[in-house]
Design a protein around this ligand. Structure first.
Ligand code: FAD
Ligand code: DHB
Length: 389
């Protein structure tokens, strides 16, 4: 088969890139390892930066986002058993919108299907070759197990952290990495949010986060040991731990309800540079990971492919300049998000190896961030999303 761009992976990065390229008249195919229902239901990110919302809206993909997304003009940092509000909109003029990543993925899949843009689900054994020529090839097995080969002008590696694209060029990449001594246990529960805004909690028992999906569905996270096992976390234990960490002096009661989904995610910071080798371009989690405390991963994936779509359009017209600049352009935003996510993570989590000095520094940083307008504005402008390049 022949196409112009082969896109590996149907997460937010791959699907949005494919949409942008098709809308620009470029032929492309998305290859996805999982089945359609799995991809549509996978529970992950929830926070959309303002630039992400504006981009999706400008592309005509914002109808359900506007109707069902929950705009937020502030968030709480909870420590010393009290809430300290960061007034995002008052400080920056911008807001974030809580709208589940799987809803964005559903909107993108629906837009593909309505327009006849192809996505091949349940493919396997992807192998990239000739990416350092101008005729790269992608070999794979289709959902029926038949061997297929795509010949193309460029390959977009949007296959997440565990995909095949990055490993296929690892000899040409420099990796920067940091692991953290904690993971997140994420819970989706059928119960109304206990507060109208997100609450990021620093507590001696560990970090906890109160978020939401709809007026009836709450999303919650607990810091756990990275080697911990889901089998150790009964629903009763999860609610007891959330209640202990979210306790405040004042009016707050955690609303409990049936748990619909739970999972443990390790936390790491990771960047592989550059984001391009020959005609293979990496985007999103395939190239970089942030710990989720800054709510940046999906937003970065979207920012990458906005730049990549323009670079590929120019490249296919014979203009190499934007493709040559692609990696450097994206890495500026990536490293800002890496720093912000590291900052939020180290400020809010309880490091089991930290000494008393480190814990006092953390509390001092929390008090400063919530009492200085300058410090709060810095957090807020990063959180709502810096303008696109
Ligand atoms: P992915 O979503 O990982 O998509 C990659 C796709 O490629 C997948 O569909 C996968 O099945 C497919 N694939 C993998 N290997 C292959 C292969 N060999 N062949 C074909 N297909 C393959 N980000 C935020 O911005 N805000 C948040 O609030 C936030 N919260 C988070 C909370 C949690 C608990 C977690 C885990 C993540 C969170 N993130 C958040 C991060 C966000 O979910 C990711 O950064 C985002 O999914 C990256 O999108 P992507 O398209 O690059 O990769
Ligand atoms: C959510 C996830 C995050 O990583 C975060 O920082 C805030 C909210 C969420 O899933 O709702």
């Amino acid at each position: 088969m022949r196409t112009q761009v082969a896109v590996i992976g149907a997460g937010p990065a791959g699907l949005l890139l494919s949409f942008l390229l098709h809308e620009a008249g470029i032929d492309c195919v998305v290859l996805e390892a999982r089945d359609r229902e799995y991809v549509r239901q996978r529970v992950r990110a929830g926070v959309c930066e303002q630039p992400t919302v504006e981009l999706l809206t400008s592309l005509g993909l914002g109808e359900r986002l506007a109707a069902e997304g929950m705009p937020h003009e502030g968030l709480s940092l909870r420590f010393d058993r009290a809430d300290h509000r960061i007034a995002l909109t008052e400080l920056t003029g911008k807001a974030i919108t809580v709208y589940g990543q799987q809803e964005i993925v559903k909107d993108l899949i629906d837009a593909h299907e309505a327009r006849g843009y192809p996505i091949s689900f349940e493919i396997s054994d992807v192998q990239l070759s000739d990416v350092d020529t101008d005729r790269p090839r992608v070999a794979y097995r289709d959902s029926g197990g038949n061997a297929q080969v795509i010949e193309c002008d460029a390959v977009a590696g949007c296959d997440g952290f565990h995909g095949v694209s990055r490993p296929s060029i690892s000899d040409n990449l420099t990796v920067f990495e940091r692991e953290y001594p904690f993971a997140w246990l994420g819970v989706l529960a059928r119960t109304p949010p206990s507060h109208h805004e997100l609450i990021y909690t620093h507590h001696e028992r560990g970090f906890a986060l109160h978020s939401m999906r709809t007026p009836e569905i709450t999303r919650l996270y607990l810091q756990v040991d990275p080697h911990d096992n889901l089998a150790n976390w009964s629903d009763d234990r999860i609610w007891a731990e959330l209640t202990a960490r979210l306790e405040v002096e004042g009016d707050f009661a955690l609303r409990e309800g049936p748990i619909l989904d739970k999972g443990i995610t390790p936390m790491r910071s990771f960047v592989a540079e550059p984001l391009r080798h020959g005609r293979l371009f990496l985007a999103g989690d395939a190239a970089h990971i942030v710990p989720p405390t800054g709510a940046k991963g999906m937003n970065l994936a979207i920012a990458d492919v906005r730049v990549l779509a323009r670079a590929l359009e120019a490249l296919l017209r014979g203009d190499e300049s934007l493709a040559a600049a692609y990696s450097d352009t994206c890495l500026r935003r990536v490293w800002r998000a890496e720093h912000f996510s590291w900052f939020m993570t180290t400020m809010l989590h309880t490091d089991p190896h930290a000494d008393g000095f480190a814990r006092q520094l953390q509390l001092s940083q929390l008090r400063y961030t919530t009492s200085s307008r300058a410090a709060a504005t810095s957090l807020a402008e990063n959180y709502v999303g810096l303008p696109f390049a």
